[in-house]
Design a binder for this molecule. Structure first.
Ligand SMILES: Nc1ncnc2c1ncn2[C@@H]1O[C@H](COP(=O)(O)OP(=O)(O)O)[C@@H](O)[C@H]1O
Ligand SMILES: [Mg+2]
Length: 402
């Protein structure tokens, strides 16, 4: 049976070996067993049989017990002692004789059967057919197993390749964004200097051009900053610290203070648990989600609530806002790097924030998704694995508003 791609090949004829030193009896047996799905080979001595076994695989062996030279039992002993042929089923052909039957019972391992002479054709056929069927099924299983093993290896190879190319990409993003920072800082500071030194001394066109350059440079600065954060988001160096999520949330709110004060945003929260993770990264998740809730506000003042509830082994966090909402067809897309639903003029941003959240949450062993009603608000949900049971107590109940 061959392995070609994922196709299981059509069953080949199965070999049957008839071993009997009486040629007439061998011929008679072969005649009984003939069939299109099998190949019958004949051996006239034990030694002859062993030679065949060196070159072919057999579904079953019919072995005459009484033979000149090596008898059936001796031959069977050799067959059983070789790893390659150990499991080939043997049907002993014996005259009705108690002593023979006793010996056959001694072959406890491997498929062994016996049949009395004179042979009854139907009994012989059905016994042989059982073994042939067994052989075919075993072979089919072997092929399937081999195919599965191949597929598994291929999968493992691809996963490894993907991980490698992701790591390379991240390294590239990191190096590129890190190295771009310095020259960009020069462009930004000198264009700013131009703008302040020559304000009012040049014509309107020149002022506009300088303003565009300053704007472009600061956008690029933001982009590089966000890309760097993205490439660092999956780092595991500081994982497995205890992170008090309430403190993480407060740090995030501190960082968002100016933006929140400008539009009089309020943020409330449930008691939040302590989890394992990287403090800076979890602060960033809260900050990005709440920052979006503030940025993508409707004409109402932003009101955001952070909830946490235990679900089995994990915690479910939700950041609910009363902002502009997201249309159903975009709910998955927004977690992809650079995917934004609005123009820069409408809402500033680089489209990296949610991709960072996704990467951080997934590195922590969780999932992230959004539910939203367009025009009414969005709820960003993410899960994080819980701590071991005794540490799994939320911090003391608190609801704060800012
Ligand atoms: N709370 C929200 N309400 C409405 N839309 C949102 C919200 N958060 C994210 N979005 C949409 O998802 C896009 C991607 O978000 P994000 O990755 O944070 O990028 P950015 O904030 O830089 O635009 C946003 O441009 C916006 O269209
Ligand atoms: Mg954002």
């Amino acid at each position: 049976m061959t392995l070609n791609g994922s196709r299981v090949s059509v069953p080949q004829a199965v070999n049957i070996l008839i071993v009997d030193d009486n040629r007439d009896s061998t011929l008679a047996l072969a005649a009984i067993l003939e069939g299109p799905d099998r190949e019958i080979l004949k051996a006239y001595s034990g030694e002859d049989a062993l030679k065949h076994l060196l070159h072919h695989d057999f579904g079953v062996i019919l072995l005459d017990v009484r033979m000149a030279g090596m008898d059936g039992y001796e031959t069977a002993d050799v067959i059983r002692s070789r790893p390659k042929t150990r499991d080939v089923p043997i049907i002993f052909l014996t005259s009705y004789n108690k002593e023979d039957a006793q010996v056959v019972r001694g072959y406890a391992h491997g498929a062994v059967d016996y049949i009395f002479k004179p042979v009854i054709p139907d009994v012989l056929k059905s016994k042989v057919n059982v073994f042939l069927e067994l052989y075919r099924r075993t072979e089919a299983l072997k092929t399937k197993n081999a195919e599965l093993e191949l597929a598994e290896k291929e999968l493992a190879r691809r996963v490894e390749e993907l991980a490698r190319s992701n790591a390379e990409l991240e390294r590239f993003a990191y190096v590129a964004s890190h190295d771009l920072k310095e020259p960009l800082r020069m462009v930004t500071s000198y264009t700013k200097l131009l703008a302040s030194r020559y304000e009012g001394k040049l014509d309107q066109d020149a002022n506009d051009f300088i303003a565009f350059a300053v704007d472009g440079a600061s956008r690029m600065e933001q982009l590089i900053h966000d890309l760097l954060s993205y490439s660092r988001a999956g780092e595991r160096n500081n994982m497995s610290k205890f992170v008090n999520c309430e403190e993480a949330l407060n740090d995030a709110l501190e960082n968002l203070k100016t933006a929140m004060d400008e539009c009089r945003a309020t943020v409330t929260h449930d008691p939040l648990p302590t989890v394992n993770g990287d403090t800076t990264q979890l602060i960033q998740v809260f900050q990005n989600l709440i920052g979006n809730g503030v940025k993508f506000r409707s004409d109402r003042s932003p009101s955001i609530h952070v909830s946490a509830r235990q679900q089995g082994e994990e915690w479910l966090f939700c950041v609910q806002d009363n902002g502009i909402g997201i249309e159903a067809q975009y709910l998955d897309r927004i977690f992809v790097l650079f995917q934004r639903l609005h123009g820069r003029e409408e809402y500033p941003g680089t489209g990296i924030g949610l991709a960072i959240c996704k990467k951080i949450v997934e590195t922590h062993g969780g999932r992230i998704w959004v539910e939203s009603e367009f025009g009414k608000g969005s709820t960003f949900c993410f899960t994080l694995p819980g701590l071991a049971r005794k540490e799994n107590v939320p911090n003391k109940p608190a609801t704060s508003a800012r």
